[in-house]
Write a protein that binds this ligand. Structure first.
Ligand code: GDP
Ligand code: MG
Length: 368
């Protein structure tokens, strides 16, 4: 980053305002090093200090650990500081209030990434998703993006002739659904008539007794989210109230929520019901034959499953990944946000219309 565009003094919270052992802020900008030594004089002699941070009236703000990062190791190329304090909401608020009183501009982590870390647009999107990552494979994928995997792939495409570029773009786009599902997770909604075993299936899929199971019809009235995963892919499984032709008043509210949820889900699992009978159009759907352990007939083309015994569940998970990810995975560079996919699709359109320059502009925007 050019020094001329650095702020004088900025603070970026590195940890969220939640109960935690420690919290941390980055102190950066042209005056960061000098200010750190003024607040913590021993930093002039010691690499790291445990110290009392006091305000101008010598009131204790917090007991902290403070250190400076030399310019050659600092993301901004200008000496930075870091202050670690007690975690939680109040300690963080007090340290940030102290820094604000000292004239520090508060910049979000995304803002810091954009202004200081010299990351491209796609890498910044990955960095923003990283704190919410819940699986090892998702984290590894996002770290590859922070390091510029997609940026490098797009740069390589731009070196090719129109035909090669078009082939490369369609190859990238074929993995967009997989990339988006891996980076941000997917929603899988379970629908079906009352008592078809929806709640039992959701509990089985997410691995905990999240939903109440009962033979009393209409037990589940609202949408209920159960976080889980399939392999590396984070999944929110969503249980729903039963579909009924003539819902009573309270069920009608649940039915309305369900109708709105169907298009939001990446995949709708239809327990004993055909997708055309759904009250809205799903992105993808799988038809399941419920309570397969009872040995009843399973409709042609339906996957037999039993939430109760686990029968067919591994095959169901494989089928969910296959339809949501269109049979692709992310071992090769993949777009991973709707923004990137939209720009890539538009770039393909430009190229098809013979507008190579327009295509390049859009590709550049992905990683700008
Ligand atoms: N045999 C068998 N019974 C099931 C299965 N799934 C659910 N049930 C039973 O069917 C009843 C309704 O189940 P529940 O999951 O609450 O259905 P929902 O109303 O669709 O959510 C309960 O008595 C469950 O124990 C299954 O796979 N096999
Ligand atoms: Mg239920």
């Amino acid at each position: 980053m050019r020094r001329s565009v650095l702020p004088k003094l900025a603070v970026t919270p590195l940890t969220p305002p939640r109960p935690a052992g420690i919290g941390a802020v980055a102190v950066w900008g042209l005056e960061a090093g000098g200010r750190m030594r003024r607040w913590f004089p021993r930093l002039a002699r010691e690499p790291l200090v445990v110290a009392r941070l006091e305000d101008d009236r010598a009131e204790l703000v917090d007991e902290v650990v403070a250190f400076c990062v030399p310019p050659e190791h600092a993301p901004t190329g200008c000496e930075e500081g870091e202050i670690n304090f007690h975690g939680g909401v109040m300690a963080r608020a007090r340290v940030c209030a102290f820094l604000a009183a000292q004239g520090a501009e508060e910049v979000s982590l995304e803002g810091y990434a954009a202004r200081a870390l010299r990351l491209d647009g796609a890498a910044r999107e990955a960095l923003a998703l990283l704190p919410s990552a819940v699986t090892a494979g998702q984290t590894a994928f996002l770290l590859r993006q922070v390091r510029g995997e997609l940026r490098d792939a797009i740069a390589a495409l731009r070196e090719l002739d129109a035909e090669g570029c078009a082939r490369g773009l369609s190859d990238l786009l074929s993995r967009a659904r997989a990339g988006i599902a891996l980076a941000g997770g997917m929603r899988v909604l379970v629908v079906g008539p009352v008592n078809s075993g929806k709640s039992t299936l959701v509990n089985r899929l997410c691995g905990v007794e999240r939903s109440i199971v009962s033979e009393v019809p209409g037990t589940t009235r609202d949408l209920l989210e159960a976080p889980g995963g399939i392999g590396d892919y984070p999944v929110v499984f969503v249980d729903s109230c039963g579909l009924s032709a003539r819902p009573k008043a309270i069920e009608a509210l649940g039915a309305e929520r369900l109708r709105a949820e169907i298009p939001r889900a990446d995949c709708v699992l239809c327990l004993g019901i055909d997708p055309p009978a759904l009250p809205a159009r799903p992105a993808t759907a799988l038809v399941l034959g419920p309570k397969a352990d009872l040995g009843g007939a399973c409709p042609a083309g339906a996957l037999p499953v039993s939430g109760k015994t686990g029968l067919g569940i591994e095959a169901l998970k494989t089928a969910i990944l296959a339809v949501v990810c269109e049979g692709r995975d992310c071992s090769f560079p993949s777009p991973f946000t709707h923004r990137q996919r939209g720009l890539l699709e538009a770039a393909v359109g430009k190229l098809a219309g013979g507008d190579r320059e327009g295509c390049d502009v859009l590709l550049e925007e992905i990683t700008a």
